[in-house]
Design a protein around this ligand. Structure first.
Ligand code: HEC
Ligand code: HEC
Length: 250
């Protein structure tokens, strides 16, 4: 998408960014949506993004895998368009992320920084050992997923970058459950309205079953790092936890 828009911008073609965002956010009246538009037309430089990521590694870890208990999500492998959208929402306070908020403010993160760090994050290989659910209701989880989620998040939870549909495969179970509840209950104030409608009737057990299933959806093998892999981009990072997060069972 970004490549297309850049190419189009070079040719002086009008790019219908509004069309991409249509039905999703109101770019005219919404500062977060305006920032997303601005960041999406910039070319993200992963090399510069690596320097920005140093700020993020404290919580999301040098590998971008977060922690298995889901306190910090895995960001590695997320579509750049989604990372940009979430960063804009976090600093517009559309999401309640008090610990991260200071790091996401403009003085630390220009719109160009957002594009750069998103380009870096998108290329990071994903964790082979994400936190999983209890594994008790996977058939129910699969059924719910097929009926309610596939059209937006894809067969394998791979998302749709062009439409800012997040990749959710291989994410930590506890984080998935928390985000799902927050989206359902309106705590993520700029979440997808269609999704909110779709999941309104979910029971506690439904949520657990579908998220357990999602946590077990595997990314393509070439997108997953080997167990114990360490990100050589940050050789001096002082680790409190081994790569892959806290290794206790969720
Ligand atoms: C002080 C800890 C902390 C730092 C530093 C931090 N984050 Fe976060 N981040 C979090 C937490 C906690 C969440 C999850 C919030 C929630 O549960 O809604 C989060 C969520 C996110 C999300 C949303 C993930 C999703 O799947 O929706 C993105 C993207 C993200 N962070 C990127 C970054 C980037 C880029 C940086 C560096 C510029 C950064 N974070 C720095 C703690 C941090
Ligand atoms: C109509 C499209 C749509 C449907 C249907 C839908 N989602 Fe979503 N979902 C989205 C969008 C768009 C977002 C990003 C919201 C935002 O930007 O805050 C999202 C966000 C999420 C997140 C948070 C991801 C993150 O990294 O923070 C999870 C988890 C999730 N969806 C799971 C599901 C599951 C499970 C289902 C089915 C039960 C489902 N969604 C159905 C569109 C949809």
């Amino acid at each position: 998408m970004r490549k297309f828009m850049l190419a189009a911008a070079c040719l002086g073609v009008m790019v219908p960014v509004g069309a991409v965002m249509a039905g999703y956010t109101d770019a005219k009246n919404d500062p977060a949506a305006r920032e997303v538009e601005q960041a999406l037309v910039l070319k993200g430089d992963p090399e510069r993004g690596r320097e920005v990521y140093l700020l993020c590694a404290v919580c999301h870890q040098p590998e971008g895998w977060g922690v298995q208990t889901g306190e910090y999500p895995q960001v590695a492998g997320q579509h750049a368009s989604v990372v940009i959208k979430e960063l804009a929402d976090i600093r517009a306070r559309n999401r309640d992320t008090p610990t991260m908020l200071p790091f996401a403010m403009l003085e630390h993160l220009s719109v160009q920084n957002m594009a750069d760090v998103a380009a870096y994050i998108e290329r990071m290989p994903m964790t082979p050992t994400n936190g999983l659910g209890p594994g008790t209701d996977l058939a129910q989880g699969e059924r719910l997923y097929q009926d309610n989620c596939v059209e937006c998040h894809g067969e394998q939870g791979e998302g749709v970058p062009r439409k800012h549909m997040p990749l959710i495969q291989g994410q930590h179970y506890t984080y998935l459950v928390r985000q799902f509840e927050w989206i359902r209950d309106g705590k993520r104030r700029n979440a997808d309205k269609e999704m909110v409608k779709q999941i309104k009737g979910f029971t506690v057990k439904d949520v657990q079953a579908v998220m357990d299933y999602v946590s077990r959806l595997r990314p393509p093998r070439e997108r997953v790092a080997p167990v114990g892999w360490m990100n050589a981009d940050f050789p001096n990072f002082v680790r409190e936890k081994p790569p892959g997060g806290d290794l206790e069972e969720p």
